[in-house]
Design a protein around this ligand. Structure first.
Ligand code: GLA
Length: 383
């Protein structure tokens, strides 16, 4: 058994004197298609081998007790009194709240959880927390929801107590991921395909900038609103109903004066990123990693200049990748404003890339970035 799984089993036994069921709930990477899941776009995530481990068992009462190993904190709530709180508690309580809203028969349980996924690093620790609990509760109480229904429930949970108006990508990857596969998800209708992730001599390396700029969730919601605003302006003046109706970014040009520069730039990025992700999925299927990598750099450029969700640290890391001949593509990953870059790196160049970037980043920002070589994994499940 994995070390963390063994640890939470032991802590659970000490605290609750019972034998729990154990679940692993993965974080995710996203190869390309950023900030387009809530804009009817395509995304290319995969579940990874870092995530959250849950130990959980019914307790024959009306009380739900959580212990977070990472925060060394407990909470205890009556099922009928689940409400918004602060910090990590919001993520788990919001999941319970969604089951309650569906009038599902939730009973009391005890739960210990811990993670090996860095928080705020753009690897979706929050979806891993939500998904692990939702999946475990669904099994424990036989609540009958499918994986996709659970992903949607977790998305609503994130909107509700934590207040982040996220798209569906993270929760979908968490539930539907498959080892050695990347998902091409069409967020307009949730249709999806799995592609083998054949990197033939390349590795996916995440570099954690170790910064997480404040207001990230506020800015996230603001981007979402700006896209809605842009779409409203377009639909008031044309038959456009979705960003997918705009086939070529040039077709946006006529709206610039109506939208104003900022909203226009956001929409321009979205339309371009949707196109890029479609092209990227074709390159991946043809095993043309080189062209795929170029689109990753273009994606970063758009995220930085047009969507404005990058920061000096992430731009610096992507520039380091761009000047390293062993790297064929890099960009910021996830919501932005800090967190990780995702890099496709020649296997034999990985150590050199990590070392060189480390030295340069330390000189510039006085922080040492963490590096993770990513392995894919199956979606959430019992272990
Ligand atoms: C966060 C959100 C996702 C998605 C990404 C950006 O991870 O949870 O829904 O919007 O940001 O692509």
């Amino acid at each position: 058994m994995n070390m963390l799984a063994a640890k939470i089993t032991e802590i659970f036994f000490e605290k609750f004197s019972a034998q729990p069921a154990i679940y692993f709930s993965p974080g995710r990477i996203n190869l390309i298609g950023e900030h387009v899941d809530y804009n009817d776009g395509f995304v290319m995530p995969a579940a990874i081998d870092k995530g959250i481990y849950y130990a959980i068992a019914e307790n024959d009462s009306r009380i739900i007790q959580f212990y977070s190993v990472d925060f060394a904190e407990s909470i205890s709530v009556n099922i009928h009194e689940v409400k918004k709180m602060n910090g990590w508690a919001n993520y788990v309580l919001s999941v319970i709240n969604e089951f309650v809203l569906l009038k599902k028969n939730v009973k009391g349980f005890d739960c210990v959880f811990a993670g090996d996924i860095p928080r705020g690093a753009g690897m979706s620790s929050s979806a891993a927390v939500e998904g692990g609990l939702a999946f475990a509760m669904n099994e424990l109480f036989d609540l009958g929801l499918s994986r996709i229904e659970l992903a949607k429930l977790c998305q609503r949970a994130e909107h509700n107590f934590p207040g982040v108006q996220c798209g569906i990508m993270d929760q979908f990857a968490n539930m539907m991921g498959k080892k050695d596969k990347v998902i091409l998800l069409d967020c307009a209708d949730l249709s999806y395909h799995y592609f083998p992730l054949e990197l033939n001599g390349y590795k996916i390396v995440l570099l954690n900038s170790m910064v997480h700029h404040t207001l990230a969730s506020g800015e996230y919601n603001r981007r979402r609103k700006q896209c809605e605003e842009g779409l409203m302006i377009m639909s008031a003046n044309s038959p456009v109903r979705s960003f997918r109706d705009i086939r070529k970014w040039e077709n946006l040009l006529g709206y610039e004066s109506m939208m104003g520069k900022e909203v226009f730039d956001r929409c321009l990025y979205v339309v371009q990123e949707i196109g890029r992700t479609q092209r990227a999925s074709e390159f991946l299927q043809q095993n043309n990693l080189f062209e795929f990598g170029k689109l990753m750099y273009a994606s970063h450029e758009g995220l930085s200049k047009l969507y404005d969700v990058s920061c000096a640290e992430l731009d610096f890391l992507v520039n380091q990748a761009a000047i390293n001949p062993g790297v064929i593509g890099a960009r910021l990953m996830g919501g932005g404003f800090g967190g990780c870059t995702i890099n496709i790196v020649k296997e034999e160049a990985v150590d050199d890339f990590i070392e060189k970037t480390n030295i340069a980043y330390q000189q510039q920002f006085k922080i040492s970035p963490e590096a993770y070589i990513v392995e894919t994994s199956d979606g959430v499940g019992e272990i």
